[in-house]
Design a protein around this ligand. Sequence first.
Ligand SMILES: Cc1ncc(COP(=O)(O)O)c(C=O)c1O
Length: 447
Amino acid sequence: MSSQNRTNIPNSLNEHWMPFSDNKSFKKNPRLITDAKGVYLTNHEGKKMIDGSSGLFCNPLGHGRREITEAVTKQLDKLDYCQPFNQGFGGSFELATRIAKKTPGDLNKIFYTICGSTAVETAIKIAVAYHRAKGDGHRFKFVGRERGYHGMNIGATTVGGMINNVKAFASILMPGVQHIRHTHLPEHKFVKGQPETGADMAEDLERLATNFGGENIAACIVEPIAGSTGTLVPPKGYLKRLREICDKHGILLIFDEVITGWGRTGSAFGAQEFGVTPDIMTMAKATTNGVIPMGVVAVKDGIYDAVTDASSAPEGAPELFHGYTYSGIPAAVAAALAVQDIFDNEDIFKRAKEMSPYFQDGLHSLKDLDVVKGIRSYGMMGGIDIKMKDKPGKAGFQTFKHCYDAGVNFKSTGDTLIIAPQFICEKKHIDEIIEKLRTGISNYAKS
Ligand SMILES: Cc1ncc(COP(=O)(O)O)c(C=O)c1O
């Protein structure tokens, strides 16, 4: 490393325990990002890379949006914090109204959290609170799905289904959680859009309802498209069938739209895209274009009414004993309002929808590479499976590093490359992502 580049490395990398990272190898060979503008990132060696995954699915509007920076700065100058319990400020109400306009059906009540994990944890608690309010306190079981990812709090970890995330903490997980199978079937190796087969996997929920009593199940939580595991797209009819089974047994359906929300599928939410309305919906990431942490839970009016009406607490006592110091803080709200303006002014969801076929064609053009074992895609998200080498995860990470060197940045999970371009990408940017993926994957194959 040249002495000039070394100035971009902090004095010590030892103290920061990095999340979800191989700390030891990173610290020997760091990858620090120093600048981000539009679709490009620059690393500490001055190398420019295209962002192939919108950060972690969270910056679809591009990096360094002035409108967002200015809105946050203005807000901080005027009101930097106010407590969110039994107090508030106008912005969080304005934002709730704007979010509720974009959510489907009567998902009109908006609860703010800090991130995706806390949104999921909140959704779990609201489901429990709702059933208690209805006199159904015995409904405490939750159903998640294999290969699901819902974040890293205890509740979210438990309903998640990515094995490594779960097994290390098996001793402290939430009780009463069962999982239905994931929907990735052997015939789904190279599929663009929704697979034709696999809707019957939804019957797993009916089986659990039979085995454990549907009347004991509080909620079933799924991502409309499982994102972090590498874009597992729901088979045609699958989500609709889950909805029917939930309705039959009085089970709440929770869609975790932390990734699929805000245009990733080409509609505002996966719910609208797939024509299935859940009872509770979580979002985070793109809500603020990733610049300030914020999670959101959208809840049906009837659930809110049941919980608030059931409360017999004295005036001033909460109806729901739940909330965060940073629930809907002014800076996050200002960022989210600026994001809403951009969504509307630039017709962003339509733009994502129109670019999707071009992106997906590009992604599937990589099928001819020998080490590529499968490609799936929907909207502006896709997963590329790399053939396993020695141990799970090794091939994925090595391929990621070759792609990084080739000038495209993204995330790998296990042996899957997670690709999710920004919605502001033009065709030339998609071409660049695909070309650099081809170079990186080919260089990995040769290594
Ligand atoms: C579907 C889903 N839910 C929840 C989360 C957790 O979000 P956070 O990392 O903001 O806590 C994620 C993060 O990737 C996610 O993809």
